[in-house]
Unconditional design. Sequence first.
Length: 128
Amino acid sequence: MESGTMQDEVRKPYTKTTKIAVPKGYAMNGAELIAQERKRQVDAEGWTPEHDDGHVCAQLTNAACAYAETAALQIYGEESQEATVIDPDCWPWYLKYWKPCQDPIRNLVKAGALIAAEIDILQRKDTQ
């Protein structure tokens, strides 16, 4: 391993707890958090399977990448201002829909839910 590579850098670990409400005494795992977020996207935002089917060019995957990239910056301890900067090529929609959180777990949950929705689109296409 060469000196000065990312692997050599000592990064401070993420220690903040998630802000998502869970029943007292129970911590949801990642898959449960993602399923809960996907349900919220459908119920609260109206992003139904029919709506999702209108997305093209892997837009949901690109949006998930933006949230995952933000989480990665946060986990590695980058300044929070820097962590909310996105590559315009990655975010597929108007910036008013870009809603990163200060919590990297929440950003990863959003990314996971978007990936799940993209998988659902591909599976529906396979059955047509």
